[in-house]
Design a protein around this ligand. Structure first.
Ligand code: IFM
Length: 492
């Protein structure tokens, strides 16, 4: 998001089920009462158990097993073995005092071909996990899709194909039917921008396609899958269950005050953010984006009657993932640094705005080479609140990778992560003070895990995983976070 307003033509009025009077009051610590303190993971990144009980490959199994796609040839075959060690992991969460655990469901485990009936043994894993969480007093927050499309659906055309949205709605019904009585918070999709633009644009993510038109088609069908998914959830879940989507909103900043850089920022905001927030929250795609990409996609053919209404089905909360700001300028054609933080590729993911240059922010960096800048999280939350005052927000991911190691004494000291978390939680607190209705914060990630095309080379966990033994060691930041949770706020 930038300070630049969307073009007129986007309908306003947030499509949410909440009203401002539902907003919780703020406690003495500066965080709202009932604030959810959580941590998150995702199926392919932690579960392992890639072939048990008929689970078939997802696009990430195929991609990671393709030589050259993932650093060191790493795969999610075993990952953090969460599938077998979930009891130990839930016990760990309980020790940390987590109020909520955000996990995702592996579509290939539940419905291996992406069609037809569910595999009960696949659903049973999630039933056991959820029961264990509830027993430990931890709220389960389920994400239906965190990038691991069944390979058979990709073979049929993947997200650029409209039918995939229909398949997602059917899959949603299977999962909601099995877990709807015990999971109170549901997220349809995690970061559909990455699924569409990194999966079909730059190709650094599965399925590794580099087709600009397919990118936009995928984005629309992901939006449609979300809308249809919310409709299915609404029909099956108890009335008080919450529905949401999680977006990795780019906090876009122009490099200079020039009109050209402002225009570059506006365009990246459209193709990075408003391609999702437009239809989901305002019922329309940005007109300028449609115009600029009309040579790639026939939007009148792509967006069928009724699609926009389905996509704008009200949600109860918007999940926001934030790690670092995005700094852009108009390209001077002289080969500006093109590090947009999403992985190197000869193909730009920024369909329709390939000419924009990306710049590294100054200051401290994480192991991902991402700048540490908590002001971006504050700006995102407050801007969303300004544009959609009735929209409850949840920080569904925030955290940092650093080069963690186990000391000879068996400890993992991660002061940089503590500082990162502290500054970002302070940004959340400030956003709440400025009026944003933020309902929770999920640290990414509970465990070190498979960091997509970086494999196991990047450690985001607050709990260290020794992959050779699968031993878990809570890092210093885990103890720090446990203290924050106990206080219900930040230490002085
Ligand atoms: O690991 C990912 C996660 O799967 C989605 N959001 C960003 C994280 C860090 O890159």
């Amino acid at each position: 998001m930038t300070a630049v307003r969307p073009e007129s033509g986007s309908r306003t009025g947030a499509a949410t089920g909440a009203t401002p009077s539902d907003s919780p009051s703020v406690s003495a610590t500066g965080f709202p009462t009932g604030f959810l303190w959580g941590a998150a993971t995702a199926s392919y990144q932690v579960e392992g158990a890639a072939t048990v009980h008929g689970r078939t490959p997802s696009i990430w199994d195929t991609f990671s097993h393709t030589p050259g796609k993932v650093r060191n040839g790493d795969t999610g075959d075993i990952a953090a073995d969460h599938y077998h060690r979930y009891r130990e992991d839930v016990a760990l969460m309980k020790d940390l005092g987590l109020g909520a655990y955000r996990f995702s469901i592996s579509w290939s485990r539940v419905q291996p071909t992406g069609r037809g009936p569910a595999v009960e043994q696949g659903l049973d894993f999630y039933r056991r996990l959820v029961d264990e969480l509830l027993e430990a007093g931890i709220t389960p927050v389920a994400t239906l899709y965190h990038w691991d499309l069944p390979q058979e659906l990709e073979d049929a055309g993947g997200w650029p194909l409209r039918d995939t949205a229909e398949r997602f709605a059917d899959y949603t019904a299977l999962v909601a039917g099995a877990l709807g009585d015990r999971v109170p918070m549901w997220t349809t999709l995690n970061e559909p921008w990455c699924s569409a633009f990194l999966g079909y644009g730059s190709g650094v993510h599965a399925p590794g396609r580099t087709e600009p038109a397919a990118t936009l088609r995928a984005a629309h069908h992901l939006n449609l899958a979300h809308g249809k998914g919310v409709q299915v959830l609404r029909g099956l879940l108890p009335a008080d269950a919450q529905t949401s989507i999680t977006l990795n909103l780019h906090q876009v900043r122009p490099l200079t005050t020039s009109a050209e850089d402002a225009d570059a920022a506006r365009r990246i905001d459209e193709v990075g953010n408003r391609v999702f927030t437009g239809p989901i929250l305002d019922g329309a795609y940005p007109e300028d984006l449609l115009r600029r990409t009309s040579s790639l996609v026939d939007w009148d053919e792509l967006v069928k009657p009724g699609d926009l209404e389905a996509i704008a089905t009200p949600i109860d909360v918007l999940g926001v993932n934030y790690y670092t700001p995005t700094i852009v300028s108009a390209s001077d054609g002289a080969g500006d640094s093109r590090d947009d933080g999403h992985g190197a590729s000869d193909h730009s993911p920024w369909t329709g705005s390939e000419d924009v240059a990306f710049h590294l922010a100054p200051g401290q960096r994480t192991a991902m080479n991402w700048a540490v800048d908590a002001s971006g999280l504050h700006a995102l939350l407050t801007q969303l609140h300004e544009e959609h005052p009735e929209l409850p927000l949840m920080v569904t991911e925030n955290g940092a990778a650093f080069d963690d190691y186990v000391s000879p004494e068996g400890r993992v000291e991660d002061p940089e992560r503590i500082a990162y978390l502290h500054s970002h939680l302070e940004a959340v607190r400030q956003a709440v003070a400025d009026g944003a209705d933020v309902r929770g914060y999920f640290l990414w990630s509970l465990l070190d895990n498979f960091e997509w095309s970086y494999g196991y080379a990047k450690r985001f966990g607050t709990v260290y995983v020794d992959y050779a033994t699968q031993r878990r060691i809570p890092k210093a930041s885990a103890h720090w976070y446990a203290d924050v949770i106990r206080r219900g706020g930040l230490p002085d």
